[in-house]
Design a protein around this ligand. Structure first.
Ligand code: SF4
Length: 351
């Protein structure tokens, strides 16, 4: 079976996760000339087609075979939650036993979609609701693209971040296929500069993302000291931060592509001047900026966010050390849509 056609939750292969090569093969299977692949891609990715009957420039009998053997792959969200700050969270069908969530974060001049790449996550970070629920399955490229096309704000999105449920580098083939569809001229023609992939640095997957996409990269650091990082991020044992940084040092991030380091602040755990100095050293060594994230409490994890003043002092220490650092605005906390809070559960509400 072609890559991109396997779908755990759909009985027929979904066209939405196919690149132009795979669509050419589909065209040939249903008796169409290869240029029909471009027509199908246009219907799928540019014109928002949800039904084969809409593909009116394809012969009727070919449409009937397509409808019999394939699915488009479009699915509406199951549930919508709206925050008082304008953030919206959408629950989509994921894998058996776990649905997935996408978040739309509107801002003055932009609208960012936070997409999920897995149903759950096997990285088990101690401070994350997604990790707490375990891993239930990989998402296909079709399920990733569906999130982009099926949120109600799809037409007005300006940025996409792979920061929802799951570790993108742990599902790298489907994530790269989705980015290909998002950025290709025959696909959705997004600039890769408007796409960011956030990873904890699983190095094999990270290398593939660096070499096969032009998307911005964000690395989840959360502690510059390996021993301490390992206490909250088990991945440190298999993929030590030092190894991740060594890999990143072999790429040039000074032009166009951006590298950022994600750093959730926990009071008394990773917010000391020594942490700021060590983080600044790492950031300078890879030409990265730092995003500081407010921790949102989740059940079963002993920890809390520092006071705003302490967060600002930490940011100022990084800036003084020559590192561009900003505190990310916390959005959608009341609907459990903020960083670390996605659970893929329709009953998931803030306590
Ligand atoms: S923080 Fe990211 S990598 Fe860690 S458990 Fe959560 S989703 Fe997975």
């Amino acid at each position: 079976m072609d890559a991109g056609r396997d779908n755990q939750t759909q009985s027929r292969p979904a066209l939405l996760g196919m690149d132009l090569g795979a669509l050419r093969q589909v065209a040939s299977e249903v008796g169409l000339r290869s240029f029909a692949a471009g027509q199908m891609a246009s219907w799928l990715f540019k014109r928002g087609c949800v039904d084969f009957a809409q593909m009116t420039d394809l012969p009727k009998d070919a449409r009937a075979i397509l409808a019999r053997d394939y699915e488009i792959g479009r699915e509406e969200p199951l549930v919508e939650s709206l925050s008082t700050d304008g953030t919206a969270k959408y629950l989509f069908r994921g894998a058996p036993g776990r649905d997935i969530e996408s978040v739309v974060i509107p801002d003055a001049d932009r609208a960012t979609l936070c997409v999920s790449s897995q149903a759950g996550c096997r990285m088990n970070c101690a401070f994350c609701m997604t990790g707490r629920g375990g891993f239930q399955g990989q998402l296909t490229a079709a399920q990733i693209i569906n999130q982009v096309l099926s949120v109600p704000q799809s037409a007005s999105l300006t940025n996409i971040v792979f920061m929802g449920m799951g570790e993108p580098a742990d599902n790298v083939a489907e994530v790269i296929r989705a980015i290909d569809i998002l950025t290709a001229p025959w696909g959705m023609a997004w600039s890769p500069r408007r796409i960011t992939v956030s990873t904890i640095g699983k190095t094999d997957g990270l290398k593939a993302l660096l070499e096969q996409t032009q998307a911005h990269i964000a690395i989840s650091v959360h502690n510059p000291f390996g021993g301490q990082r390992g206490q909250i991020m088990p991945v440190e044992k298999a993929y030590p931060l030092e190894e991740v940084m060594n890999l990143l040092r072999s790429y040039d991030f000074r032009h166009q592509r951006r590298l950022s380091l994600e750093y959730t602040l926990f009071a008394g755990r990773n917010d000391s001047p020594a942490h700021a100095r060590a983080l600044a050293d790492i950031a300078r060594s890879v030409d990265a900026r730092v995003n500081l994230i407010r921790f949102h409490r989740i059940p079963g994890f002993e920890g809390h966010a520092p006071a705003q003043k302490s967060m600002e002092a930490f940011r100022d220490a990084l800036n003084a050390a020559g590192v561009v650092a900003t505190i990310r605005a916390s959005r959608g906390e009341d609907i459990m849509a903020a960083c670390g809070m996605l659970a893929g559960d329709k009953n998931n509400k803030q306590a």
